[in-house]
Design a binder for this molecule. Structure first.
Ligand code: SF4
Ligand code: SF4
Length: 223
């Protein structure tokens, strides 16, 4: 999202790289599932999340939308997020005993928590959110290990590229006016939705090759 954050209020004041050790390890969360409930529409998904979820569950994006995801406008652009349901607003993938049923394919946001990302200069570093995870006595862990995601360097590069790709479009959406502006925003949103989320990915081809090809193509003629 495009809002500014005051790191001194929400973090320990430090910025970390993927190779740094940080006190984020909740050691299996031990009965806590607090960040899997009541999160509203804040667990926003990126194309890699959808690639992994559709593959892991052998379901299309449309099927996931019926069961577990929803669409919301984020800074002017429509994006998918994990749906919270029931009176406790639980993630659909949370089991009754409080475990993640898709742990291997859990989204990037879930892997990151209680860390956050601070973006600048077409890159990012991590920060530790100090008010979000209630578990006391967390252990130190290397961020790369905490995220537990293959091709870590490529993942970080894609995460930054996707952030700035979206940001460029979100800024256009936020500053568009009138009927022409509304049409442009609608086209941008629909292009992103179709190209990166609805259109299936080839499971035999590397995800990053596919997504970068789509990033080059999507929005051609609209920016
Ligand atoms: S709030 Fe912390 S301890 Fe609880 S589930 Fe989330 S990461 Fe684990
Ligand atoms: S996908 Fe798993 S880790 Fe993420 S919110 Fe849902 S249950 Fe929790």
């Amino acid at each position: 999202m495009l809002r500014e954050i005051d790191l001194s209020e929400i973090s320990d004041g430090k910025l970390y790289t993927g190779n740094d050790m940080v006190k984020a390890d909740c050691r299996g969360c031990a009965g806590c599932s607090s960040c899997c409930q009541g999160m509203g529409s804040s667990i926003i998904l990126d194309p890699l999340d959808i690639f992994r979820l559709t593959g892991h569950l052998s379901k299309s994006f449309e099927q996931l939308l019926e069961e577990a995801l929803e669409l919301n406008v984020v800074d002017g652009i429509i994006l998918p997020n994990l749906k919270m349901t029931g009176k406790d607003e639980r993630c659909v993938f949370l089991s009754p005993d409080g475990r993640c049923t898709i742990h291997k394919a859990r989204p990037g946001f879930c892997r990151l928590f209680p860390l956050g990302r601070y973006y600048e200069n077409h890159s990012f570093r991590y920060f530790l959110q100090i008010h979000e995870c209630p578990k006391p006595d967390k252990s130190k862990i290397k961020i790369k290990k905490w995220l537990d995601i293959e091709n870590f360097r490529q993942y970080e590069k894609f995460t930054a590229d996707w952030h700035y790709y979206l940001k460029e479009r979100q800024e256009i959406a936020m500053h568009s006016e009138g009927r022409e502006g509304a049409n442009l925003v609608k086209k941008l949103s629909m292009d992103i939705l179709r190209q990166f989320f609805v259109r299936p990915y080839d499971r035999e081809t590397d995800f990053y090759t596919q997504v970068y090809a789509r990033m080059e193509k999507a929005g051609e003629g609209t920016l």
